[in-house]
Design a protein around this ligand. Structure first.
Ligand code: AMZ
Length: 269
């Protein structure tokens, strides 16, 4: 991936809350999501692997369709990888990388430096670290030092506590404590997922997402629950200008959100 595409994903956000307005000129990015289970493109409900809907058995074709719809950045999760603690859907990820030119962020089963390096070398723009960011924060810091702008922390929350291992386990750590842990680490972004809304079209949890964004200088991406144009309108409002973006899964696949309308709405915010 050319360096400029990585750089375009980066944002600077001031430490002082008033400086957050510096971000307001950039539109909130809408990331379409490809969640991979057994080589296919699925959506889960509340993270439950047994409740998967297969939307496309050709993830590369799905990625290309998203690119043609005008999306600029792709969000990919290796779901089997998140449970196994190592990459499982690597062939599907590599097929996606061959099919498209837009930058991708990838999470799920990236738990050591060798795997971070492997994906970045293969052309993934940014890697998402979830479980390892709870278990071994030093690795996140080390990776940020080695790969500035390319390390994203995934904070997946259940009742305000951070979940790990494919959301099968919940730690004692609160979302805000987890974010503060990386305040000066050089993390490119935090993806905050509200597990209780993920895949159920309940609407984004904007109060919690905005509270997190105000509590950290790290750019925050909202995930979980995005359901309709009402969420897109909310994302286009001035108070959401501090967010880097939002991730959309099920609502894009089942046609509740029209890509062109959503992208246009966010562009003319
Ligand atoms: O849906 C799930 N059960 C799930 C999911 N979507 N479990 C993990 N994940 C995603 C996280 C993050 O992007 O949102 O996997 C990534 C974290 O993986 P890991 O292996 O670093 O914890």
């Amino acid at each position: 991936m050319p360096t400029n595409t990585v750089m375009r994903l980066q944002r600077t956000k001031g430490k002082h809350p008033s400086l957050h307005h510096a971000q307001s000129e950039k539109p909130v990015i809408l990331f379409p999501a490809i969640d991979l289970k057994d080589g296919a493109c699925v959506r889960l409900k509340l993270g439950d692997m047994a409740a998967a809907t297969v939307f496309n058995d050709d993830p590369a074709a799905q990625a290309l369709a998203f690119e043609r719809q005008g999306f600029r950045y792709l969000h990919i999760v290796d779901l089997n990888g998140a449970f196994a603690g190592r990459p499982v859907n690597a062939p599907a990820v590599e097929a996606i990388l061959k099919a498209i030119t837009m930058p991708c962020q990838l999470g799920g089963g990236i738990r050591d430096m060798a795997t971070v390096e492997m994906w970045l070398a293969k052309g993934i723009g940014r890697v998402i670290l979830g479980t390892v960011a709870v278990r071994n924060p030093a690795l996140v810091r080390e990776a940020c030092g080695k790969f500035p702008g390319r390390i994203v922390v995934g904070i997946d929350a259940k009742g305000g506590r951070v979940a790990t291992e494919g959301w099968a386990e919940t730690s004692e750590l609160t979302v805000i404590d987890m974010a503060r842990r990386f305040e000066d680490a050089g993390v490119a972004a935090i993806i905050y997922t509200d597990i209780d809304r993920d895949g159920v079209l309940a609407g984004l949890n904007l109060p919690s997402t905005l509270a997190l964004a105000r509590a950290t200088s790290i750019p925050v991406i909202a995930s979980g629950g995005l359901a309709s144009m009402a969420d897109i309108d909310a994302l286009a409002s001035p108070e959401c200008a501090i967010l880097e973006g939002a991730i959309s899964g099920r609502a894009l696949y089942d046609g509740r959100i029209d890509p062109a309308a959503a992208l246009a709405r966010l562009a003319r915010r």
